[in-house]
Design a binder for this molecule. Structure first.
Ligand SMILES: [Zn+2]
Length: 92
């Protein structure tokens, strides 16, 4: 069986559509607010932003840092929090 070698069309692959719209691309740069934790709380890593009142149910005020009443925590800490407060369904 002989396949004819097709003449390659010099199709320019310059369709590098860069979406610069998403300049807020998440990277590992949000440290977990829990002071004893060294993980990152970035959303793509499963991090969460929770109200300080919720965090206060598990940690002391001196154990974490808050920004405008919000506490960024990593996936690991979030799981701890979730476990400790599993009876409440409200996640504000
Ligand atoms: Zn953490």
């Amino acid at each position: 069986m002989g396949f004819k070698a097709r003449a390659r069309k010099s199709k320019s692959k310059e369709e590098n559509r860069k979406k610069d719209d998403e300049s807020s691309k998440p990277e590992n740069e949000v440290p977990c607010a829990i002071k004893s934790c060294n993980n990152f709380a970035d959303k793509h890593l499963g991090g969460r932003s929770l109200g300080r009142n919720k965090v206060l149910e598990v940690w002391n005020k001196s154990d974490f840092e808050e920004v405008k009443g919000r506490v960024r925590m990593c996936k690991k800490c979030y799981r701890i929090l979730k476990k400790e407060t599993k009876d409440s369904k409200e996640w504000v």
